[in-house]
Ligand binder design. Structure first.
Ligand code: UDP
Length: 326
């Protein structure tokens, strides 16, 4: 197939591109490298891979989309402003990239009858206390002056757009990722507490746990997230559906910090800092974020199995390798 991957130089996107090229597809990537990195695709780009085209462009550059979309069979739309720290720093950029960018992708995909898989997020559920989060469960968000919720809202508008276009005939499936981690996470930790803790542990610095550290997440390995995403694109029963893509295993941030210290063999300590110190005043966090995984199992025949420790060991091996290359 000829496949467009927006955000294909990003963390999840580049793993998806690896998979699609390995499976023999032709791939076009659009990425502005705002949070993605061209190096994520270097193993293909340096070899001048004939089935990969890389277009460095913003999602808001409609001419690029207009020229790429007509010849496509499928589009994975992953390009987005991501990472709580980024969103809090520049909410306007995040809101516009996510809503306008997605609208353009859906508009051009619909015009050329290209199937779309939309990468959404577990942030959608916000502060809901109905654990585990079911796809048809409520979304509970704080006030609009809390910048963090703009990310959830922008992705929810995107999901609404998907359904609105589906009503007009577009084939679309939606995956909601839960704290995906693995190789190529930005080491500065913008997108993930795991990347940040590993960097801190390797630098011998204290691991900065926000708040009391009893908040929890379900960390999902990128290889398994990619598998679920590909299934959502190819299984007919996924069309018109939203599916949680997340591990069922819940970990508190305190436990994560202890596990990172243990796996990395670091002598470092754990330091608790307030949310205000970490993100400035007026930040709100999600206390527990746990997916209901039954729909993914039923619809996609998929379940996350890679354990946190195993994923951390692999990520550590990558960091040590990169470190040894200087
Ligand atoms: N967190 C932390 N220390 C850090 C970075 C994040 O304790 O250095 C916490 C953060 O406050 C949240 C959890 O780890 O409770 C997960 O944060 P992340 O930024 O990975 O993404 P989120 O799940 O909030 O979207």
């Amino acid at each position: 197939m000829r496949i467009l991957v927006t955000g294909g130089a990003g963390f999840i996107g580049s793993h998806l591109v690896d998979r699609l090229l390995t499976d023999g597809h032709d791939v076009v990537v659009i990425d502005d490298c705002s949070t993605g990195r061209e190096e994520n695709l270097s193993r293909w780009l340096e070899a001048g891979h004939p089935r990969l085209r890389f277009l460095r462009a913003s999602m808001l550059d409609e001419t690029v989309l207009a020229s790429a979309m007509p010849s496509m069979d499928l589009c994975y739309h992953l390009a987005a402003a991501v990472g709580v720290a980024h969103v809090v720093e520049d909410p306007l950029w995040a809101i516009l990239t996510n809503t306008r960018g997605t609208e353009l992708v859906l508009q051009h995909a619909a015009a050329h009858k290209v199937r779309v898989v939309f990468a959404s997020t577990s942030e959608i559920y916000g502060e809901s206390d109905q654990i585990p989060f079911r796809e048809d469960g409520p979304r509970v968000l704080g006030p609009t002056w809390i910048a963090r919720w703009s990310y959830s809202s922008s992705k929810a508008v995107d999901e609404h757009l998907c359904f609105a276009y589906a009503q007009r005939g577009l084939d679309v499936a939606i995956v909601r990722y839960f704290n995906v981690f693995g190789r190529r996470l930005d080491p500065k930790g913008y997108g993930s507490v795991i990347a940040r803790f590993l960097s801190q542990a390797l630098a011998g610095q204290p691991l900065t746990v926000h708040g009391d550290g009893k908040q929890s997440r379900c960390f999902t390995h990128v290889s398994e997230a990619v598998e679920a995403t590909v299934r959502a694109a190819t299984l007919p029963q996924a069309l018109g559906e939203v599916v949680n893509v997340g591990s069922a295993f819940e970990t508190t941030i305190n436990d994560l910090a202890r596990t990172v210290l243990d796996v990395s063999g670091s002598q470092g300590s754990i330091e608790h800092i307030s949310y205000d110190e970490a993100y400035g005043k007026g930040f709100a966090d999600t206390r527990r974020r746990v997916p209901d995984v039954s729909k993914a199992e039923r619809l996609l025949g998929w379940r996350a199995e890679i354990e946190l420790r195993e994923g951390l060991r692999d990520l550590l091996a990558e960091r040590r390798h990169v470190g040894s290359e200087g």
